[in-house]
Design a protein around this ligand. Structure first.
Ligand SMILES: [Zn+2]
Length: 218
């Protein structure tokens, strides 16, 4: 059993309604080799759908509904929120994850917003919803570009963005921004090199970390 789930009641921090949600309470350590964007290998790939919940009463989305919201309740009925930030034809957990990203932006939690859009993209990758997954990655890039101070001293996000850009089809930008890029970490330098090579070939597919030259599977 890779992880154990439990269903319990959560009280919404926005409207006070109580609703039932399933969360992960215990997990085995991740096995196998993750994707370059750190999406875990099976059997932990499906984790992500437990990382968000929606209040059935007011529509508030967050990792846990009892977490404080950085928004006014009115925002939950705004056009932006109800339309999933303009990303069309998404539903279920992917839409909840996009709504969480919108709330993170409102609260200036830009890194968490990028992560949430990435998680939404993973869920959409699983549905083969290519266009919608791309729209989520593009939304993540927009946050990264729009709030440079939040990401300035974080090489982890800088290198993660290489994969998000490539998977959203921004090949020339990956080559321009990452070619010859050296990081303090050798692994990151190897990832940048690998991403540039894939981008130069117009490859927007998911790749595993052990495909990077010099990186072996553990
Ligand atoms: Zn609520």
């Amino acid at each position: 059993m890779p992880f154990i789930t439990e269903t319990r009641d959560f009280v919404c921090s926005v409207c006070g309604a109580s609703s039932e949600h399933t969360i992960i309470t215990e997990t085995d350590p991740p096995q196998g080799v993750p994707d370059i964007d750190l999406r875990p290998a099976e059997p932990h790939r499906g984790y992500v759908s437990y990382w968000v919940m929606e209040c059935p009463e007011c529509g508030y989305c967050n990792a846990m509904l009892d977490m404080p919201a950085d928004i006014d309740r009115e925002y939950l009925s705004s056009k932006e929120y109800l339309s999933n930030g303009g990303i069309k034809d998404i539903s279920g957990k992917a839409a909840e994850m996009v709504k969480k990203a919108l709330i993170c932006v409102k609260g200036h939690s830009y890194k968490e917003a990028v992560q949430s859009y990435l998680y939404a993209a993973w869920l959409l990758d699983d549905e083969n919803a290519e266009k919608q997954a791309k729209a989520c990655r593009t939304a993540a890039v927009k946050i990264f570009d729009g709030h440079p101070a939040a990401f300035k001293n974080d090489p982890n996000f800088h290198i993660l963005m290489a994969d998000i850009l490539r998977r959203s089809g921004e090949f020339s930008r990956v080559v321009r921004d990452y070619e010859g890029k050296a990081y303090r970490s050798q692994l990151m330098t190897a990832i940048a090199f690998f991403e540039v090579n894939l981008a130069a070939k117009g490859d927007s597919a998911a790749h595993r970390a052990d495909e990077i030259p010099g990186v072996s599977a553990k």
